[in-house]
Design a protein around this ligand. Structure first.
Ligand code: ARG
Length: 467
């Protein structure tokens, strides 16, 4: 089908006699993707037309006709009656062609001192700015869920792991707040990106700027940008704002994936630390006992999908000479998919965290296994008997070996067992061998004790304005 304005004229003017083939239309059209930027496209056109009128480049009457026509276009988009035409390639040409149908001649003046090259990237920056805001809000929602559950579990003791081997008892609240911290950095990366992208490319025209006496400060301000971009070649071809957003999403999704992995582990029969509610589990068609953590598994997989989207965009941009090239059209597909995927993952994770049933008894029992209080024993030998830490480490090692031999926990050894390794050990040692005592003793700033965790929960609630 020919790429026409609807009146048999191609949008590129009269130079091309042959009509593009269907395959050309198929590869060239981006409408199915960029129609998501319709609202941004209209906002950009409104700002541009106002500025053209203000500067006397078009008449007030033409501007009024354009603004009125754009009202209708916006309404048609809202109520679903907008006649999308794929043969018009993209959202920009669709909006302009419809405007022409609605208001006639003045529509043709809208594109004065503008190119689709500055138009598309203005729309795209506006869209990405909105998407970053939404993602940041969703992250805050997940943080609130984590903080809420942490507040309920400041005293719940669980095993802390290194190498996925039992290391020392920690509190569940502490563990959940670790993710709140990660997510805070994710949010701040998204915020950085939103601030850095907030410069306006509009008015850069195709690549070299324009000879019309435009006012770029005026359009930048009207669209909520901090300032116009200073170099027109850069403005039309820069996509590092999208790369940065995708990189930030990729890191943020990696954090979700780590938490998802914990949910997969914790809900297994072997761990038994938690159970997902019915709403967040799926069954098996053959094994009736199954409660599969599908959402968590999908989050784990989708994290690398987002990283793949980042890497696809990086590949598209890395060898492009200045300025615009059509390679850049696919930036939106990748970016939209990354935001859609990330936001969906955050929503699913928030739902799981809000509702997951923790199993404190199982966590506590697991925390007591694996000689998790061995460090506490060594610390006691340092504190009470004045042993150098290295010697205390050695003595504790011998006691662990003894417990292993007797197939019991450290706290099940008798005082005689203890004294056979070091005669000065007293009964008081048993006080530090419980998992509660161990967790409670770690009161340094940022540490796992219930007191410290409760303080952090209170600070988080203030920060997230939860109280
Ligand atoms: N649909 C195009 C894109 O998304 C708009 C810009 C087209 N510019 C051009 N010179 N063909 O990149």
């Amino acid at each position: 089908m020919a790429v026409t304005t609807g009146k048999g004229q191609t949008m590129w003017g009269g130079r091309f006699a042959a009509t593009p083939t269907d395959i050309m239309e198929e590869i060239n059209a981006s409408l199915d993707i960029d129609r998501r930027m319709a609202a941004e496209d209209i906002a950009g056109s409104r700002a541009h037309a106002d500025m053209l009128a203000e500067m006397g480049i078009i008449s007030e009457a033409d501007n009024e006709a354009i603004q009125g026509g754009l009202d209708t276009v916006a309404e048609e988009l809202r109520n679903g009656s907008f006649p999308f035409r794929r043969e018009l390639e993209d959202i920009h040409m669709n909006v302009e062609a419809r405007l022409k149908e609605l208001i006639g001649e003045p529509a043709g003046r809208l594109h004065t001192a503008r190119s689709r090259n500055d138009q598309v990237v203005t729309d795209f920056r506006l869209w990405t700015r909105g998407a970053l805001d939404e993602a940041m809000q969703l992250v805050a929602g997940l943080q609130s869920a984590l903080v809420g559950r942490a507040g309920e579990n400041t005293e719940t003791v669980m095993p802390g792991f290194t190498h996925l081997q039992t290391a020392q008892p920690v509190t569940l609240g502490h563990h959940l707040l670790a993710y709140a911290e990660m997510l805070e950095r994710d949010r701040s990366r998204l915020l950085d990106c939103a601030e850095r992208l907030n410069e306006c490319p509009l008015g850069s025209a195709a690549l070299a700027g324009t000879g019309f006496p435009i006012d770029r400060d005026m359009t930048a301000e009207a669209l909520g940008f901090a300032r116009p971009m200073a170099n027109s070649l850069d403005a039309v071809s820069a996509r590092d704002f999208a790369l940065e957003a995708l990189a930030a999403l990729s890191i943020a999704a990696t954090h979700l994936s780590r938490l998802a992995e914990e949910i997969v582990l914790w809900t297994s029969a072997q761990f038994g630390f938690a159970q997902l509610t019915d709403a967040w589990s799926t069954g098996s068609s053959i094994m009736p006992q199954k409660r599969n953590p599908d959402a968590a598994e999908l989050i784990r997989a989708k994290a690398s999908l987002i990283t793949g989207l980042y890497s696809s965009l990086q590949g598209a941009v890395k060898a492009l000479p200045l300025a615009y090239a059509k390679d850049l059209q696919d930036d939106k597909r990748l970016t939209f998919e990354a935001f859609d995927t990330y936001n969906l993952c955050v929503r699913a994770m928030t739902g799981m965290i809000e509702t997951i049933n923790f199993k404190p008894e199982n966590m506590r029992a697991a925390a007591a296994k694996g000689f998790s209080t061995a460090t506490d024993l060594a610390d006691w030998l340092v504190r009470e008997l004045g042993l150098p830490f290295r010697d205390a480490h050695h003595v504790t090692g011998q006691l662990v070996a003894k417990a292993e031999e007797k197939a019991c926990d450290l706290s099940d050894l008798t005082l005689a067992d203890m004294q056979s390794v070091n005669a000065k050990i007293t009964d008081a040692v048993f006080d530090v061998l419980t998992v509660e005592a161990s967790a409670s003793s770690r009161t340094s700033y940022g540490a796992t004790s219930p007191v410290r965790v409760a303080e952090q929960v209170a600070q988080w609630k203030q920060r997230l304005r939860l109280e």
